[in-house]
Design a protein around this ligand. Structure first.
Ligand code: SF4
Ligand code: SF4
Length: 389
């Protein structure tokens, strides 16, 4: 495993971090995977109060003698904080779930803007952080972020942060905080942890044929995921890259790549490959949804990320395949969850880190994917699969 040094405190952090949002379903299997990753040198585990069951599952494994070998990162959801006591209520629950007495890297989860930070300040977040740090219960304080560059810089400057967590990948080089935001944070001495390195899998599966052709004809054979990871680890500003890993095959492959990358290893030829791939993908992906699920659940049952994913696939895989997938995927549960169920209440939009105009886009999805064939096909599928709704 390659390690990168946290410039703030000299922690040696594994270049690959274990994203704990979705562990393997079987807890025994998840445990095996976590222990394997630790034995291979992964020492940064990122979870959150809001990831269902994740903190508790991680805590149960680390309790078996692994806690001292890893750094735990977990997160406080700011929208749950209404009064000072809420900080401790959430934090103590997290300590209990994780079966630990301190959090190494604690984040304000998805801090959207300075207004939210100022609201937390009014409730006393700075006093609370100081108290937790004095007691040794929080070692490093940071925030995760999904918005644009300017707001990110405002937030970086608003407090004496010790790290940050950002969405970053080769397709988002100039989206969100982007490369300039990352360089800004790094110049201020902040370690930068990266999430969504594969953009919710969009940089790996169902890519346009032209993109696979570029990777296939490259001077060295590497999978699309390996290229995407190498692009990140080539950059000195990137400290830890999180990968949501839930299969042993994926863990082994990511560890192999993370153990074989160096800052500044890319040549002009490598950058040229990325330029071509980026150009093709930007033309094809119509809605920049990463599938993060923050907009869910919709009160009307619309499966927003699935609707967007199928719509984007229309551009990449062709209309027939994409519509077939849309009909299947919006029909194979007891409750249907297609785009036209949207009543435009707007509840989802404020949660979207990509700032997608969800209501407008769902209207487009409805027009494009729900022709006169949709209802009869759905009826047939439900009858065939003996589903209600
Ligand atoms: S705007 Fe539509 S998709 Fe969003 S929460 Fe409301 S009904 Fe659901
Ligand atoms: S629409 Fe936005 S919040 Fe919902 S899954 Fe996509 S990126 Fe995430």
């Amino acid at each position: 495993m390659n390690y990168r040094v946290n410039p703030k405190n000299n922690d040696k952090l594994s270049a690959l971090g274990f994203g704990c949002m979705r562990f393997a379903r079987d807890e025994k299997e998840a445990e095996k995977q976590i222990i394997y990753a630790i034995e291979q040198g992964v020492n940064y585990f990122d979870t959150a109060y809001l990831y269902p069951g994740s903190e508790a599952a991680l805590g149960r494994v680390l309790k078996k003698g692994y806690r001292y070998r890893v750094k735990i990162a977990t997160k406080m959801p700011p929208h749950t904080i209404k009064k000072y006591e809420d900080f401790d209520r959430i934090f103590n629950t997290e300590l209990e779930r994780l079966q630990t007495d301190h959090i190494d890297y604690y984040l304000i989860h998805m801090l959207p803007d300075i207004t939210t930070w100022n609201r937390l300040l009014k409730i006393g977040v700075d006093k609370w952080i100081k108290d937790k740090k004095q007691k040794g219960q929080i070692i490093n304080i940071g925030f995760s972020y999904h918005g644009g560059r300017d707001e990110f810089i405002t937030l970086v400057d608003a407090y004496d942060w010790e790290f940050c967590l950002l969405q970053y990948n080769y397709l988002d080089e100039n989206n969100q905080a982007g490369v300039s935001g990352i360089q800004y944070a790094a110049a201020k001495g902040l370690p930068v942890m990266v999430m969504e390195p594969l953009r919710g899998g969009k940089l790996v599966t169902n890519l346009p044929k032209e993109v696979y052709d570029i990777w296939d004809k490259a001077y060295v054979k590497r999978s699309p995921a390996e290229w995407a990871f190498r692009w990140l680890w080539n950059q000195p500003e990137v400290t830890v890259v999180l990968s949501g890993m839930n299969s042993m095959e994926m863990i082994k492959e990511n560890i192999r790549v993370a153990s074989d990358t160096e800052v500044g290893a890319f040549t002009d030829a490598d950058f040229e490959l990325f330029k071509k791939v980026r150009q093709i993908l930007s033309e094809k992906i119509k809605i920049p949804c990463t599938g993060c699920n923050y907009c869910m659940p919709c009160p009307k049952g619309v499966d927003i990320p699935t609707c967007f994913s199928c719509y984007n696939d229309r551009e990449i895989e062709g209309r027939f395949m994409a519509v077939a997938k849309y009909v299947m995927q919006t029909s194979i549960k007891n409750q249907t969850h297609n785009a036209s169920l949207c009543v435009k209440c707007g509840k989802c939009e404020s949660h979207c880190p990509q700032h997608i105009k969800i209501r407008e886009e769902l209207t487009q999805v409805t027009k494009s994917m729900e022709g006169i064939y949709y209802k009869p096909l759905r009826f047939f599928i439900k009858r065939f699969m003996k589903l209600e709704g």
